[in-house]
Design a protein around this ligand. Structure first.
Ligand code: NAP
Length: 311
């Protein structure tokens, strides 16, 4: 029986591991299909405190893993597909035929940006296709870019990108933004932002180096097609929190599928099951806030175990 199992190896998971390992809880981290989380899909991270020259996302994650392992964190590779709380109060985690048992569980499985599902998008991630303006916007100075989406995220991204880009096309499938009024007004009044209404991107077009060159856009009202030259596409059509595997455990989620945390802590509606990082956060979604919430979850799990009287 483990004291604590941490599911997920992004900033939240490794930070929870560092703290629980240093508390002598001998944590087991379960790493899934995308080890290292969202930061492994980005290039340079310039906003993580402590790295004045920036650090590559994958390097930051490797450093966090080494730091967690230095204090005795163990790692297993498995895709957890079910969690249940047993009569004895402990948790059983299933990964196919494999089973793990733990007194506490920290869920740090993150959220995956939703994409359009176009054929070449996997090859273009990091080569002109991204879902994070805060991460990648500064690389596209004085060139045209576009944002896809019409919600608060899309507007926030578009507004942020005006600091760098020469022009920001905001491509939305309807003629009205979903975003809050204040956000929508701010965006529509900005002279660098050009809305492209009633339009969907049907193709990402590349240059001879395989980098983003332009998007093909279909006007859903007129049926007309056009090409927009952009060096980067920021997709902001929502995120999908990776919490579906918790459904059988009865973990409370909000209408977007994000885990609901209680009392300003990392506690969920299931005692002993804690949440950290983007799987429970649709607002901040930053590496540093995920790391901070991983620390919170570790401290909460430690207190819970103390109350249980576990060794
Ligand atoms: P969202 O509100 O769900 O908006 C997603 C946008 O993407 C919508 O405009 C939607 O179009 C569009 N979309 C969805 N699927 C699409 C597809 N396949 N092709 C083209 N367009 C597609 O998501 P979000 O903007 O990430 O926001 C999520 C939550 O976080 C919201 O509650 C939001 O208010 C909140 N948030 C708040 C802030 C803030 O307050 N500062 C910042 C960011 C996010 P339709 O409009 O036609 O459905």
């Amino acid at each position: 029986m483990e004291n604590v199992i941490i599911i997920g190896t992004g900033c939240a998971g490794w930070t929870a591991a560092i703290y629980t390992a240093r508390a002598n809880l001998n944590p087991l981290v379960i790493s899934g299909s995308q080890p290292g989380g969202q930061l492994t899909t980005t290039t340079e991270v310039e906003n993580y405190p402590g790295f004045p020259e920036g650090i590559m996302g994958p390097d930051l994650m490797t450093a966090m893993q080494r730091q967690a392992e230095r204090f005795g964190t163990r790692v297993e590779y498995a895709a957890i597909d079910g969690v249940s709380k047993e009569d004895d109060g402990a948790f059983t985690l299933k990964a196919g035929a494999r089973e793990f048992r733990a007194r506490t569980v920290i869920v740090a499985t993150g959220a995956s940006p939703r994409h359009l599902g176009l054929p070449n998008e996997k090859d273009l991630i990091g080569r002109g296709l991204t879902s994070c303006a805060t991460c990648d916007g500064a690389f596209y100075r004085d060139v045209p870019v576009c944002v896809i989406g019409g919600g608060d995220s899309a507007c926030e991204e578009a507004f942020f990108l005006t600091r760098f880009a020469s022009k920001v096309y905001l491509i939305h499938r309807r003629d009205e933004l979903r975003a809050s009024k204040i956000m929508a007004e701010r965006v529509l009044q900005h002279d660098k932002i050009e809305p492209v209404w009633n339009s969907v991107v049907t193709e990402y077009l590349t240059n001879d180096k395989g980098e983003m060159r332009a998007v093909r856009v279909n006007d859903v009202v007129s049926g007309g097609e056009s090409e927009l030259e952009v060096e980067c596409v920021f997709v902001a059509i929502g995120h999908v929190p990776n919490a579906q595997f918790l459904a059988s455990a009865g973990v409370e989620v909000d209408e977007g599928g994000y885990i609901v945390k209680r009392n300003g802590s990392s506690a969920t509606n299931i005692p002993g099951l804690f949440a950290a990082g983007d799987v429970a956060d649709h607002v901040y979604r930053q590496a540093i806030t995920a790391a901070g919430s991983g620390c919170q979850a570790a401290l909460d799990a430690e207190r819970y175990l103390t109350e249980l009287g576990a060794d």
